[in-house]
Design a protein around this ligand. Sequence first.
Ligand code: ADP
Ligand code: ZN
Length: 731
Amino acid sequence: MIYSVIVDISVSEIDRIFDYKGEGYQVGSRVLVNFGNRKTEGYIIEEKLTTTCPPEKLKEIICCLDDFPVISPSLIELGSFMREQYHLRWVDVLRLFIPAEMRKNRVKELFKNQATLTDDNIDNILASLKSSAHKQRDLVTFLYKNGATLTEKLNAQFGNSALQSLVKKGFVTLSPVAVRRKPYSQLQVDNQQERTLMPAQQIAVDAILSSNGGKFLLHGVTGSGKTEVYLTVIERLVKQGKSCIMLVPEISLTPNMLRQLRQRFGDTVALLHSGLSTGERFDEWLRLKRGEAKIAIGARSAVFAPLSNIGAIIIDEEHDSSYISDFNPRYNTIEVAKYRANQSGACLVLGSATPSLGSFYDATHGKLQLLSMPDRINKRPLPTVEIVDMAMETRLGNRSIFSNTLKERLDETLKAGNQAMLFLNRRGYSSFLMCTKCGYVAKCTDCDVSLTVHREDNQLKCHYCGKHFYMLDQCPSCKEHSFKQGRIGTQQVVDLLSHMYPDVKVLRMDADTTSTKESHGKILQAFGNQEAQILVGTQMIAKGHDFPKVTLVGVLDGDQSLHHEDYLATERTFQLITQVAGRSGRDVVPGKVVLQTYTPTHYCLQYASRQDYNGFYKREISLRQASQFPPFAEIIRILYQGESEQECIDQLTVHFADLCNLKAECEDAFFYLDKMRCPLKRAEKKFRFQILLKVAPHQVDTLLPQIFFICDNKTKSGVQIFVERNPQNLS
Ligand code: ADP
Ligand code: ZN
């Protein structure tokens, strides 16, 4: 038999299929093969009877590396789709489908010894033991009562020698068992109370379950009970023997969703995300692969969960930009999920209080079925939003980041024993350090990014590449000792609060406080248990969380993302503010929101303050149409990165000429074509340039292969080229 193998080496020159011969292998297996003059891993993606490879050159597969095929045929098919759609290398796609450390066998199942009694009749054993051998007798009794037990536990309880003696005497045998490394094993799981669905929830559930592979947009305001819809759908499908995938946008949201899933489904739930330990990730993956777990939950990569017979793929907070991968391999999770759902006739449910404009447009044009839940559970009111004009505050002499209104509301909230969340999408202490004399701004040596001041370890940090630098006490340029700091970050907000409210406990949640594995869960649990009254955080706190005691949300800088040049800026800001406002007043006490801004009349903030999605949608979609932006055009960006500026320019110039020719051939398909430096000019020592194209949506499928073909012409080996379709980040 001939097998088509993709070798596990990620360079463009090797991105093709190599044929090997062998007998009895299965498609999807990870195998060891001779490649060049070394041995390397590879994946079988096809078996066939003939090959064009001359017989004397055809090598034999050395062996299979696992006792099961690691990639299913349907995932191979998905891989082939992604490869064409996103212009990816085979191997980069295949690597998405298995735990990273499985390659090169860096992770295995964990086996531990367990002890079992050899005789069911405990009296026989006890009669043969001396009455003075207390520990041995206790151990035997323990095993009799508890059944097979891990030796490490027995050794801790009864000492090593007791167990060894019993083994020697033949009363106990030891055998290896696989032990599961379970993520978030400490997560509090309460008893799940039975719930009757509200009418709107029932309608949504019925529509989804009766659809037989339908595609839905569940548009429900914050607190409308979308989660309950997801859980009910999953429950029904799992009862029918199907499996489900549930995606949440960020790792910070997984503990919360995981808790709810475990409450209802116990160990049939497996968690997949990059924040787990190697062993945990592998074990969770294996449980899904073996069918021991039927429900996969995680961030975007969980869309590749090794499940068969999928009944539903649910994407919560579908508008979130994290669903679009912006590094290699670049892909759009929602498109991937659609393909996977089609493969297995599964339903696709996209849920959000603030759907992406594209999804809502699809829903109004019949590509998605719209399900609306316009009310909060029990008709609880949406929070009332007060917009505070910060320019006015300054004029009135208040230069603090807290407006007087926000201070008043905070006082009231704390006095009433309720909780508040303060949102500021800027971590660190302050956003830059500038010399007051010469205007020098501290920048990263590798990136075109100003450094953020961090007070906790008194360092300057690059938020792009993570590099740390010593704090400056003297300007390197003019030797002056006086500095001005940039805009306030979350660290400083916590500092200020501790002076304003010395007795109030404040928690902070941002990338700096959540670098360890389970820290998200711990902070959220502490806040949920009311160990603190105020939670300060970045966009990590904006979505999904449901804290009944939170009655006040403060948006400290409502303008932060609004004035980017990016066409997505208004949509993003609307989503973020609506989402974060939605954390307030989710229980009996009505919620309040204070939205601080320098542009109080901006339509985006006005609609967000009324949480009027439909109003915002109408206005924004007509702007997009008039200016030819998605969904009325597809944006394609070709990104060039390299350490040599000239090489980048040379490479770009070659492609640009070809693209101009292409444009001349089909003028009406192109709305725009130009080349430029990226807004972020340099990152991680590499210069960055881009070609931007806007093309007609109905032409994109014919144009893309031609664009890919042009970009395959690589003349400069030191330049990385990436083609991105509708990138979420144009920096
Ligand atoms: P969303 O995801 O839409 O923001 P959630 O799913 O978090 O909303 O639900 C909001 C609140 O309403 C939660 O506290 C949830 O427990 C509660 N809830 C949801 N469905 C019901 C129901 N059918 N009956 C009573 N309470 C419900
Ligand atoms: Zn940097």
